[in-house]
Design a protein around this ligand. Structure first.
Ligand code: ARG
Length: 462
């Protein structure tokens, strides 16, 4: 059995089943890099406090660099007998350096380490998700530009409503993703990484020792943090107890996942034979083992399906933290898997989505056929035209409704009705021909902010 970071007060060996049950190394190894940074900062502080001698600090740092190198080369292998990542790294250092490694854990606790590691993880992954999101955003933009002048049909209640531009439909998702990016940005802005918590009550290490070493280590790490995110804990009790940042991160990811799920549903519907508006890229679809004709939108179905996991992870964390007394409790060890799971799902989804969007084709023929055939798409404009001419809107609404009913009962298109008939509805053929034109319809949408696109671009920084 691997050495623990505790044990002196115990007479009996830990039960082997319980030991396995309480270990977290099989998932918290993912925090290795951040745990090493915590140790590097800590070494600097111990040096300033004269707990470590300069050559000891040097040896410890060199050994940590070796492990860091393994992590960065993705060669890091943990010993499953170690309880957690903190134990793993400590034991490795002890094996390599002997007694001096035992000094490293002076005045710190795993509660302090994990509070640091998890926050660091969130920052790195939030930045990664922002990058992936911006790739998705630019592929949406590419698609919008490719089909700039094309029309589309807008729905409410999954019923045809009005003619829109395909580009505006796509930009609707860009606004949604833009707000997701904004939420991630402000999450990043607000998240600070505390250090010096001890187990809960603070540490013997002087404030000044920490402050100096934080500056030095962050600089030497070539940190991605322009402004120092690592700060001395203002209230260690709060910092070791707090997992709000994880809940906040998972909430942001859940909203993003909800957007992805709505997109998936839209694309699934629009690519069915019934709609036939979009053609999906074949390389992201699968076939049926029985039905030779099938081209199933599996990527989109999984994108929609994974929402259950991402929401579940958020609920799992909220439930985990509910009613926990201050400060650290072992329950909190279970906070990692839900976070890793949501982060990994979202990253994978965004990576594939960026490629998927590039391959989408608009079935222009099917759309113009639908627009031509469906007279209902123009009747709102008919009602509005009558309103402009002085008919009170609800009366105009009624006239347009009766016009539809009349045409349907006669099994005719509105465009086919003669002037005599149209007159009963205060209309004539000339007016109908003018209104029943998608370009006319789009031009009438005066509330559309013509600057909106450039505002969106500035907002999304592309
Ligand atoms: N692996 C633990 C966790 O993730 C680290 C903290 C352990 N602290 C303790 N007092 N047992 O929560």
């Amino acid at each position: 059995m691997a050495k623990k970071l505790w044990g002196g007060r115990f007479k009996k060996e830990i039960d082997s089943d319980f030991d396995k049950f309480q270990s977290s190394i099989h998932y918290d190894w993912k925090l290795a890099e951040y745990d090493i940074y915590h140790s590097m900062i800590h070494i600097g502080a111990l040096l300033k406090m004269k707990i470590l001698k300069p050559d000891e600090a040097k040896k410890l740092n060199a050994a940590l660099e070796e492990i860091l190198d393994e992590v960065k080369r993705r060669q890091f292998k943990y010993n499953p007998e170690n309880e957690d990542i903190h134990t793993e790294i400590q034991n490795r250092l002890t094996e390599k350096l002997g007694e001096i490694a035992l000094k490293l854990h002076s005045f710190r606790s795993r509660n302090d380490q994990i509070a640091f590691d998890e926050r660091y993880y969130c920052i790195i992954e939030a930045i990664r998700i922002l990058e992936l999101l911006s790739e998705v955003i630019s592929t949406f933009n590419e698609l919008a530009n490719r089909y700039k002048g094309e029309f589309f049909i807008g729905y409410t209640h999954t019923q045809r409503a009005q003619i829109i531009r395909f580009k505006d439909y796509l930009l609707a998702y860009l606004w949604m993703f833009g707000k997701d990016s904004d939420r991630l940005d402000s999450f990043l802005k607000n998240l600070k990484i505390p250090i010096g918590c001890g187990a809960l009550a603070g540490s013997y290490i002087k404030k000044e020792a920490y402050q100096e070493t934080i500056k030095q280590v962050i600089k030497s790490m070539g940190s991605i943090f322009k402004d120092t995110k690592v700060t001395l804990s203002k209230n260690p009790l709060s910092d070791v107890s707090d997992r709000d940042f994880l809940i906040e991160f998972l909430s942001i990811l859940s909203i993003l996942q909800m957007h992805l799920s709505r997109l998936a549903e839209d694309l699934i519907l629009y690519s069915t034979k019934e709609f036939n508006f979009l053609i999906l890229p074949e390389e992201f679809c699968t076939g049926s083992s029985l039905l030779p004709h099938k081209k199933n939108p599996d990527f989109l179905e999984l994108l929609r399906g994974y929402t259950s996991r991402v929401y579940g992870n958020l609920v799992s964390l909220l439930t985990l933290m509910k009613g926990l007394p201050l400060t650290y409790n072992r329950d909190m060890q279970l906070d990692k898997e839900p976070v890793f799971s949501s982060v990994e799902i979202i990253e994978e989804e965004l990576k594939i989505l960026a490629k998927f969007i590039k391959g989408i084709k608009l079935n222009k023929k099917a759309i113009s056929k639908a627009i031509k055939e469906d007279q209902n798409l123009y009747v709102t404009e008919v009602a509005e035209y009558l309103t402009e001419k002085g008919v009170p809107f609800l009366k105009a609404h009624d006239i347009a409704g009766r016009l539809i009913r009349f045409a349907e009962e006669k099994n005719k298109k509105i465009k086919e009705l003669d002037n005599k008939t149209l007159k009963k509805f205060f209309l004539n053929k000339k007016i109908i021909n003018k209104i029943f034109n998608p370009n006319f319809v789009i031009k009438r949408r005066r509330s559309l902010d013509t600057e909106a696109e450039s505002k969106l671009k500035a907002f999304l920084r592309f």
